[in-house]
Design a protein around this ligand. Structure first.
Ligand SMILES: [Zn+2]
Length: 249
């Protein structure tokens, strides 16, 4: 794909965005993610990397959509015991999402698809979307059901023949599989170790922080990950997200 054929608005010029919209690309897709710890084996940008990949895949499948840059900074206070994590207050996050949507609405996009890839962003995103939808002409389509996202990721693993399920997904097999599929050079293979395995309520992780459960910030066992499972997860998520958008717009 040459530079003028990109669907990433950050790589395009304004006349290219204008032309693409004139040709019917009136849906914009972006992800809200994070820069936060993902164990000793995955980079801090794990959720951002997944957001970039899913936004692009969903837009390509829709065929009439452009992609805006992923919002890197999310609500990650529950990971602040681990160096490098960045967190923003909930109200600032909601303002950031609102400002993005206002910008897209201003330019005439008719549908705004928001993909959440980081657990801490789901509640504030779902809280602010009704206000944004009331204010703007554009339709807001949030893809922000955390339980559905985690179920689909487990299903993706199974589809690739990995017989392993994670009740809560963070830095374990499913996320490691995604990085193996998209950017294998970023996986620290020598640091793959099992983290906390078992049931733990998401509410407790959010309130008490990950370090109260897992010393290294890992849930599940990343050694179960394979690149094929990562591909299967991304395909399953893309398919489900595209179906939701098609049904809603
Ligand atoms: Zn993550």
């Amino acid at each position: 794909m040459g530079p003028t054929e990109s669907i990433l608005i950050e790589d395009m010029t304004w006349p290219e965005v204008e032309e693409a919209m004139d040709e019917g690309k009136r849906t914009i897709v972006f992800s809200v993610s994070s820069i936060e710890q993902h164990g000793p084996h995955l980079p801090l940008k794990m959720d951002t990397l997944a957001g970039d990949e899913l936004s692009r895949r969903v837009a390509v499948e829709l065929g009439d959509a452009l992609v805006a840059p992923t919002v890197h900074t999310g609500c990650s206070s529950h990971h602040m015991d681990f160096p490098g994590t960045i967190t923003v207050p909930t109200d600032l996050f909601m303002q950031l999402v609102t400002a993005h949507c206002r910008s897209f609405d201003h330019h005439g996009f008719e549908h705004i698809v928001i993909i959440a890839t980081h657990g801490g962003n789901f509640a504030p995103l779902n809280a602010v979307v009704p206000d944004i939808a009331r204010e703007l002409d554009a339709d807001i389509i949030p893809l922000a059901d955390l339980n559905e996202l985690m179920s689909l990721m487990n299903e993706g693993m199974q589809a690739a023949g990995v017989d392993y399920e994670e009740p809560v997904i963070h830095a374990g097999a499913a996320e490691t599989a995604i990085v193996m599929a998209v950017a294998p050079e970023l996986v620290r293979e020598e640091e793959l170790r099992a983290g906390f395995e078992g049931e733990v309520p998401v509410t407790r992780l959010l309130s008490e922080g990950f370090r109260s459960i897992t010393d290294e910030g890992v849930l599940g066992d990343p050694r179960e990950a394979t690149a094929d499972a990562g591909k299967a997860i991304l395909e399953k998520l893309t398919e489900a997200m595209v179906a939701r958008v098609e049904a809603e717009r």
